[in-house]
Design a protein around this ligand. Structure first.
Ligand code: ZN
Length: 512
């Protein structure tokens, strides 16, 4: 009933019961209150309010909930794909491509929703490589120079330093880089260290502090691939240092050769610097208990290599269309919903880490009941995955398992087969679970290979990656699976409405 839904109408009805008032002895006024007139007036007001409010609250004016969000999601994907095409290096990474993507989201939020839109700015470290480093080694006399091949024998490590040209440098091997008793005599020399059970940042930074000219980390005998590790403080934030001297990763054989070399030449073509970027956040403040806030997030940035249509325009567009659908349906959650499009996810979860840090600073973290993550929802050789709650730290494991179970039950109700994927690293749920907020999410796969069993259960291509274009230039619009988007968007919408409407969300997510 409409009158039960509107507190305004309820108040008017209560006001109907008016006690007779003592208006004093004045002759010019009637001693009795004009109930008839007031009653007519109230009827007129009630009718006016009925006309104004009731149509918006009845199911008749609102269209039925859509069964398939994918056509609208694809219209967002097309827009984001155009943005990528028109931006630097055809990417929606941290520069103009990201800003234009954010503008697209923001204009939708402002024009089509009741969001309180907030742009949350933060600093992010950037590392750029113009081309691969060059390295050659001298033996005995300077005339005997052997050149090694960049990209195969060695490469510039990610976040590893500024461009440099180092000629005839001596190599000094350090055995135990974090042992603090021995002085390092490495000024103006190249420090050689075998990868081991220590932080690459700590070792490289120690070399830089001791005025080394460069660092080469080389593989242990059992490591066959060059390292992808970043030379950066984990959870880097504004004010933290960056690596300035060149840091290279090398094969085990090159490492062994460097030990017996007389000198080494290194040229690198890299750049590290700090830039500013931002999260786009929609606070739906009109409805729902703020103390039980549900944060829903998708990272909006791509890798520099391409337009990032699966990773993660798919999650960003899905989240946007879910919000637009909820607003169009005049959905009124019991728990406040916050929609977030994270910046700089591909640069070490920059945006979500900043968001959680700010929650802690402003003491608003206690208001956040849970987080749902949407990263890669349209992988071409997809498996619909629910993130595994038992991977979360002990303090939020119970709630994260509950979130997983809810997502599973939505898949069950939709009769869609699904699988479970680890929730250990690699996306924006991490800062939430690490800071006491139960989390979960959906995912459709990246470089994992589809087994024959999985092919039988989910279709697609066996013995092939779930997304062969993961983090590559070919992650374009054609890479996105319409079926995957249809399935995951439907599941996400139902799950969000489930959680949004849940009466005792805290009781559900937190053990007594
Ligand atoms: Zn991603």
């Amino acid at each position: 009933m409409a009158t039960e839904q509107s507190p305004l109408l309820r108040n008017v009805r209560n006001d109907d019961i008016i006690e007779p008032l003592d208006m004093g002895e004045s002759e010019s006024r009637p001693r009795r209150f004009p109930f008839g007139l007031i009653a007519i007036l109230l009827l007129v007001i009630a009718f006016a309010l009925f006309v104004i409010f009731v149509p918006h609250n009845t199911p008749y004016e609102v269209e039925p909930w859509p069964t398939d969000l994918s056509p609208k999601i694809f219209s967002h994907l097309k827009a984001l794909n155009e943005i990528a095409k028109n931006s630097t290096r055809n990417s929606r990474s941290i520069t103009d491509g990201y800003n234009a993507s954010a503008e697209y989201i923001i204009s939708n939020l402002i024009n089509k929703t009741n969001c309180d839109v907030k742009l949350q700015y933060f600093k992010a470290p950037i590392w750029e490589k113009e081309k691969e480093a060059e390295l050659n080694v001298s033996f005995g006399s300077p005339d005997e120079i052997v050149a090694f091949q960049g990209g195969i024998d060695f490469w510039s490590m990610r976040d590893g330093g500024q461009a440099a040209s180092l000629i005839s440098q001596k190599v000094v091997e350090i055995q135990d880089p974090l042992e603090n008793k021995t002085e390092w005599n490495v000024q103006g020399k190249v420090v050689l260290i075998q990868f081991g059970n220590f932080s690459v940042w700590d070792a490289a930074y120690k070399a830089e502090q001791n005025k080394a000219s460069a660092v080469v980390f080389y593989n242990s005998p059992d490591q066959t691939k060059l390292s992808y590790v970043r030379v950066r403080i984990p959870e880097w934030k504004e004010g933290d240092p960056l690596m300035n001297i060149p840091v290279l990763a090398a094969s085990n054989s090159l490492g062994r050769i460097l030990k017996i070399s007389s000198s080494i030449n290194i040229t690198t073509y890299t750049k590290v610097f700090v830039t500013e970027t931002f999260n786009v956040i929609c606070y739906l403040n009109n409805y729902g208990n703020k103390k039980n806030t549900i944060v829903l997030g998708a990272h909006l940035d791509s890798v520099p290599a391409g337009s990032g249509m699966v990773d993660n325009a798919s999650g960003s567009a899905t989240l946007l269309q879910i919000l637009l659908t909820l607003e169009k349906q005049l959905y009124k959650p019991k728990n406040r919903l916050v929609f977030a499009w994270w910046g700089a996810e591909e640069i070490g979860l920059g945006g979500s880490r900043h968001f959680v840090r700010e929650l802690i600073k402003s003491k608003e973290k206690k208001d956040i009941a849970m987080y749902l993550n949407f990263d890669m929802l349209g992988s071409p050789n997809y498996i619909p995955f629910v993130l595994q709650g038992s991977d979360a730290p002990p303090d939020v494991r119970y709630g994260s398992i509950k979130i997983q179970q809810t997502l599973e039950s939505v898949f069950d109700n939709l009769r869609v087969p699904y699988d479970i994927s680890e929730m250990l690293s690699g996306s924006d749920f991490l800062p939430f679970v690490q800071n006491g907020i139960p989390s979960g999410g959906l995912y459709t796969g990246s470089s994992e290979i589809k087994s024959i069993n999985a092919q039988q259960a989910f279709g697609g291509i066996a013995n092939a990656p779930l997304d062969p274009c993961y983090h590559q230039a070919c992650d374009i619009l054609d890479n996105v699976s319409e079926d995957a988007i249809r399935i995951t968007s439907k599941t996400a919408l139902e799950a969000i409405v489930n959680f949004g409407t849940m009466k005792n969300l805290r009781n559900y997510l937190y053990e007594e």
